[in-house]
Design a protein around this ligand. Structure first.
Ligand SMILES: Nc1ncnc2c1ncn2[C@@H]1O[C@H](COP(=O)(O)OP(=O)(O)OP(=O)(O)O)[C@@H](O)[C@H]1O
Length: 572
């Protein structure tokens, strides 16, 4: 039995009027089951006094021991009580805390819920705003793009403004230096004017002397001079002939292509030397050429018979030299720099006529334009008899023929240019293998110059003949047939007649026969070739390698003419 049970039993015995018998007490103190209730009271009633005293003592002992135990238990009980108290408090606090926590949790959950609600609503609003803001965003994006483009354009504009500013500065600088240059130019012009006046004065003093010297030179040289002119390659031509132009401008060396020997074992090239009074290379300009013969033109005004004619292969540059580049409408339309010998000579003659007028000379200038085509002479300025042959001089003597040809008085250079344009339009031309517009006739242009001095000086009667011959050609080479073959044969025949005349003049047999009458051309040129005239022949050849045989043939003919000494020029 445990202590608590005993205590309880004793206390309950005590509560039952402390009348529990000793045996009960003993039994209580002994091991085994304890008698209870009526059993206990019955036992106690049977007890003796001694036993009762014993019981009282035992009871007192029990009480003491109980008291001691109780005393011993008291702090424990107090502690337990306190612990229970504290436990209760703690539990109470915990419950409060829990309640509080729960309330807080609930509040927090509520708050979270509210916040979630708010968040959802805000998200929805945001979404709405986002959707609503999309057009604005797009607009803003496009505005931003436009802004960027504007900014770049602005930058470009700024750059342009900067460039313009710099350009303006440059222009200002340039205009200031230009002003300076202009001042210098003005000074240079004044100086040039001054020099021109001085040169004019020197010229005026020296031209008569130069003409005199020119005439003396011709007296020494004989009356036919030969100028050779090489034309440059045309766009359709590729290979240049090997020509060496010597520094004296009077001699050239031509080299053939490499030729194989008869045995075929070696190669060599032939070289040919030629000498003329003047040689113009392919770079020579129209002005260079004219400057060399301007004194000759002027001597027509001094009363000489002057003839300048261009000879050479088809496409060699005769018309270019005499007229300038071909123009189908008007000769005057040719640019000044390209104008050939004829327009320049006309201008020079009329300038000189004006000059001489101021010195008391009256000049009557008349113009004749003839064309020799297939051995017929056509008078360009005469009345039209038929479509083809005008004032035909067919079969007549040259002097008679010339007497009958129209001489048109002309007042100024412009009038002559007009007539020349007409002649150029009407000239017989055709396309050949060597020239797209080959002249198929000899064109003869003449200016007769009659001068009378108011100071009773002897009158002057000059004649300037400018002749553009038809092109010599090798019939095989030019591949002509039919009518054109006939033309080519006539041309070659008349040119060979010209060669015969020159050959005969070269032999210079006094009273010897000169075969002028063998062709219309030589009949017309009779006065200009022999006797007392001054003649200049151009031999026009090409730089093209392919034309070398024609070039050699033309140069040989020209060399023959160059070797001629046919009398001395005489003033009329
Ligand atoms: N010195 C030159 N500079 C530039 N081009 C030239 C020169 N000489 C001739 N030519 C050109 O060569 C071509 C032939 O010239 P042009 O017609 O004057 O030859 P041509 O001797 O009169 O021929 P044809 O006897 O067939 O009438 C033309 O196209 C002409 O413009």
């Amino acid at each position: 039995m445990v202590l608590g049970d005993v205590t309880n039993t004793l206390q309950s015995g005590e509560r039952t009027q402390n009348k529990l018998p000793v045996r009960v007490a003993r039994a209580a103190l002994k091991p085994g089951p304890m008698p209870k209730g009526a059993e206990a009271r019955r036992l106690f009633a049977r007890l003796s006094e001694g036993e009762k005293a014993e019981w009282a003592e035992a009871r007192a002992e029990v009480e003491r021991r109980t008291e001691a135990l109780l005393e011993e238990l008291r702090p424990w009980r107090a502690q337990v009580k306190e612990l229970r108290q504290r436990q209760r408090l703690t539990q109470q606090r915990m419950e409060e805390k829990c309640k509080e926590q729960k309330a807080k949790t609930q509040e927090a959950e509520l708050r979270i819920f509210e916040l979630r609600e708010g968040e959802a609503s805000l998200t929805a609003q945001l979404q709405q705003l986002h959707t609503a803001a999309q057009p604005e965003q797009d607009l803003a994006a496009s505005l931003a793009a436009g802004l960027a483009a504007k900014a770049s354009a602005l930058e470009e504009d700024r750059q342009i403004v900067e460039d313009l500013r710099r350009a303006k500065e440059d222009t200002e600088r340039q205009s200031s230096s230009k002003r300076h240059v202009l001042q210098l130019l003005e000074l240079a012009r004044a100086e040039e004017r001054h020099q021109q006046q001085a040169r004019q004065q020197v010229l005026e003093e020296n031209v008569p002397r130069a003409r005199q010297l020119h005439n003396s030179y011709l007296n020494l040289k004989g009356n036919i001079r030969v100028f050779c002119r090489f034309r440059p390659l045309l766009p359709r031509e590729s290979e240049e002939a090997k020509v060496v132009f010597h520094e004296d401008e009077q001699s050239i060396t031509l080299q053939s292509e490499m030729l194989r020997s008869v045995t075929g074992l070696s190669e060599h090239c032939n070289s040919y030397e030629f000498q003329f009074d003047q040689i113009f290379g392919p770079q020579a300009t129209q002005l260079d050429v004219f400057e060399e013969l301007s004194l000759l033109v002027q001597s027509a005004l001094d009363g000489y018979k002057v003839a300048i004619f261009a000879y050479g292969q088809t496409g060699g540059g005769k018309t270019y030299t005499m007229d300038g580049p071909r123009d189908t409408t008007t000769v005057a339309a040719v640019p000044d720099t390209d104008a050939g010998v004829i327009p320049r000579a006309v201008d020079l003659v009329f300038r000189e006529v004006e000059e001489l007028r101021s010195k008391g000379w009256d000049f009557e200038v008349k113009c004749t334009l003839l064309e020799v085509y297939n051995e017929s002479v056509f008078d360009i300025l005469g009345p039209r008899n038929s479509e083809k042959e005008r004032s035909g001089a067919h079969g007549t003597d040259s002097r008679q023929a010339i007497d009958h040809f129209t001489e048109r008085p002309v007042r100024d250079a412009a009038a002559v240019h007009k007539l020349l344009a007409k002649a150029a339009r009407e000239r017989h031309t055709a396309a050949t293998a060597l020239n797209d517009r080959s002249s198929r006739s000899h064109a003869v242009f003449q200016l007769s110059l009659e001068g009378h001095s108011q100071a009773s000086l002897p009158s002057r009667s000059g004649l300037l003949s400018l002749v553009d011959l038809a092109g010599s050609e090798r019939v095989m080479q030019s591949q002509v047939t039919g009518e054109h073959l006939k033309e080519a044969q006539y041309i070659n025949r008349s040119l060979s007649a010209l060669g015969d005349v020159i050959e005969a003049l070269k032999r210079k047999k006094p009273g010897g026969h000169i075969p002028y009458r063998n062709s219309r051309l030589t009949m017309l040129l009779k006065d200009s070739l022999g006797g007392d005239s001054k003649a200049l022949m151009f031999v026009n050849v090409s730089m093209c390698c392919q034309h070398l045989p024609e070039t050699l043939s033309s140069l040989r003919f020209a060399a023959k003419v160059h070797a001629c000494e046919v009398g001395l020029p005489r003033r009329q």
